[in-house]
Write a protein that binds this ligand. Sequence first.
Ligand SMILES: [Zn+2]
Length: 336
Amino acid sequence: MSRLDTKPQIGKLANDLGLKKSGKPVSEIVRYVRRKIRSIAKNYNCRSLTALLNAAAGNAGTIFREIHSDSDLDKIIEEFVSKGEAIFANLRNELREQDYAITIKRQHAQSWEPPFVSVIDCRGDKVFRAYFSKWHELAHLFTLTPQMRLMFRRTHGAALQDPEEALMDVIAGELGFLSDLLKLDGREEISFETIDRIRSEFCPEASVQASIIGIVKALPQACILLDAKLGHKRGQRTNPRQTPSRDPQGVVPVLRAVHVTVNQAARDAGIRMYPNWRVPDKSVIHQVFDRQEYGEAVENLNWWTTSDGSRLADCSVVVKAKASLQSVIALVIPED
Ligand SMILES: [Zn+2]
């Protein structure tokens, strides 16, 4: 059960969409949207995720307009204001620094035109989020209820505060990497190269970071993805902006798996791993963090322990670790 399941807005949304009451509105809503997207993939015979994205946009009644520069933004404003869409006049203020995308309902669309326009901000670093932002906007449109708003956004950090925004991110993460379309081969060896090949073949628009999470989730083979960084135990950190050297309390940060994604195949096999556990000293992840670009080794999940004596279950795994900017990304693959 997700923490979002307890939020009243999410329960209400599931109810407004006419979904059955199961106590797990998040799964119900995700399943509802996935069904719609699968039928679009079938009807339009989509062979790549980019084709599916565009077909889904058409079905949802929107069109993506990317802006890569301030002058792109000016052109879009001019174009739609001249078509009588006064709401666009303020787009420069609406599309704020922290916004990645905005979807606007047109008031004067012709009968043959899509009723919505989704403006995707691709200026600067935001371009790496564009693929995910598009699916986020579509998630809003596929979960529209009669109490419809005239404008939707994707804003950095909004998902932390607003349960509905968080749900849209969950839906976007699922749909952006629909496993049926990735045509994954259950016998293929999992590696960073395999994941990169899948990304360039099926979702070249997705950022490397978003795609690796999405693809690992969709893999038919059990796999855990983790991101190891120097970090503190929960509650130890005094100031989140503190550089991870030594904080005033004298707590030395250690290498921890700060983000952990356990895919469905691994969960089905009973494999567990939890965020914030410290990386075992003898793990190849440490070597890569200290001095290597890449390393792999056969290890065991039971090396992972906590100070209060918890330990992961015995499971032989291949660990493939790759240095990233300030962290190590690792694929942890159970051996069968
Ligand atoms: Zn949003």
